[in-house]
Design a protein. Sequence first.
Length: 79
Amino acid sequence: MIVTRAGIALPFALSVTSPTYKREILQGAFSWVAVGLDQPGTRKGRVWLDLRADLDWAETELRKRIYLVSQTPAPGTTT
C-alpha cells in the first residue's frame, strides 16, 4: 500500500484571557491534511482551526478538504 493522502480532525478547547477581560473558552475542531505523500518534494499540507465546530462537522469537511488541498488555487485567491 502506498499512502498518497492523509488527514485528521480533532476536537479542541482552549482558555483565553487578557488583563482587562474575563476568561473565555474557545472550542472547535483542528484539522490537518497532507497530499502528495508518495512524491518527495511535492508534498502539500494545510491546517484549519474551525471555532464552534463539532467533530461530526469537521469529519464531513475533512472528506472535502483532503481533495481541496491538491487543487491549484484560482488566481487572486489565497489558501
